[in-house]
Ligand binder design. Structure first.
Ligand SMILES: [Zn+2]
Length: 318
């Protein structure tokens, strides 16, 4: 079975202020990397625009209204010192949500083995009532709720390997017993949360705090232990917040992951999905700010998704 690659032009229309790390060139770098002949077999789908009702799966209407009201007619508006909106940002954010939702729909329908979504703005820092950390809405948490409430799954897992704690996803899924959330992140680092003592209302949140300067030797055993716990949770779908800013070349953080680490972790995630849910993985872009490292890391991640998808027989049922 194939891997879906979901993206759309609006990812380039959320315009970053000059010098901002979360910029359009990130998407261009990914498009270029995944345009190589090795990725010709990807099933390419445009990200559709999600309805506002999808946002409301996780956010109160006042948050959607506040983001809409902040959109400027030209230039930029800052929602906090890091988080900007430009005239087309709401449209881009809704396409990002629609993209991950499409990945969920395609994978659950058995049309593709797994999916990678490259859209921006990212989502894992957005809390219920607060845009922050370059993020407007909790894209991956919304997709989790869609899988649970629309597709009637009983359990989903959300795995976040961005170098920053997925505080927004944690906030949105804090009281959701049907979703297990695991985040690995450098600590200390922005946003300052993600202590192992933060375990969710039902003990279903697991935070893996990694020391600055650490690499494979710290992250692999931490994820191995987390993935063993995830197997006991037995998710019916695995969602991934795929940030690539733990890479040694990334300018925003201080971990020393390599492409080989992303390859290893993607295989480990696919092992979990194979064991629990017929290989169903939907991965969506979060951070990653060194363009060369981002392109190489995404290529490593997607190549493993394709390899593992090829191993699966079409239409295989749980
Ligand atoms: Zn990040």
């Amino acid at each position: 079975m194939t891997t879906a690659f979901i993206t759309q032009a609006s990812a380039m229309e959320h315009l970053a202020p000059p010098g901002h790390a979360e910029r359009e060139a990130r998407i261009e770098a990914i498009w270029s990397a995944l345009g190589a002949p090795a990725f010709a077999a990807l099933a390419r789908h445009p990200a559709p625009r999600a309805d506002a009702a999808e946002v409301l799966r996780c956010h109160p209407a006042r948050h959607l209204d506040a983001v809409g009201a902040a959109i400027p007619e030209a230039g930029w508006a800052m929602l906090d010192p890091d988080t900007f909106v430009s005239p087309r940002s709401l449209d881009a954010a809704l396409h990002a949500i629609g993209g991950v939702n499409l990945g969920v729909d395609l994978v659950l329908a058995g049309q593709v083995a797994n999916a990678f979504v490259a859209m921006r703005p990212p989502g894992h820092h957005a809390e219920a009532d607060r845009a922050m950390g370059f993020c407007l809405f909790g894209t991956v948490a919304i997709a989790a709720r869609r899988a649970l409430d629309h597709h009637r799954l009983a359990r989903v897992a959300v795995l976040d390997f961005d170098v920053h704690h997925g505080n927004g996803t944690q906030d949105l899924l804090w009281d959701e017993p049907r979703a297990m959330f695991v985040s690995s992140h450098q600590m200390p680092l922005y946003p300052g949360s993600g202590f192992p003592t933060e375990t969710g209302a039902h003990g279903q949140i697991l935070n893996l705090a990694l020391p600055p300067g650490s690499g494979s030797a710290a992250m692999r055993p931490a994820w191995q232990a987390a993935l063993a716990q995830l197997r006991r949770f037995a998710p019916e779908l695995v969602l991934v917040s795929a940030g690539f800013d733990a890479h040694s070349a990334d300018p925003l953080a201080g971990l020393t992951w390599t492409e080989a680490d992303y390859r290893w972790l993607t295989h480990a995630i696919c092992d979990l999905a194979d064991a629990c849910c017929g290989g169903r993985v939907v991965s969506t872009l979060e951070g990653g700010y060194d363009l060369t490292a981002l392109a190489a890391s995404v290529a490593a991640h997607v190549a493993v998704l394709m390899e593992r998808g090829d191993d699966r027989i079409g239409g295989d049922e749980l």
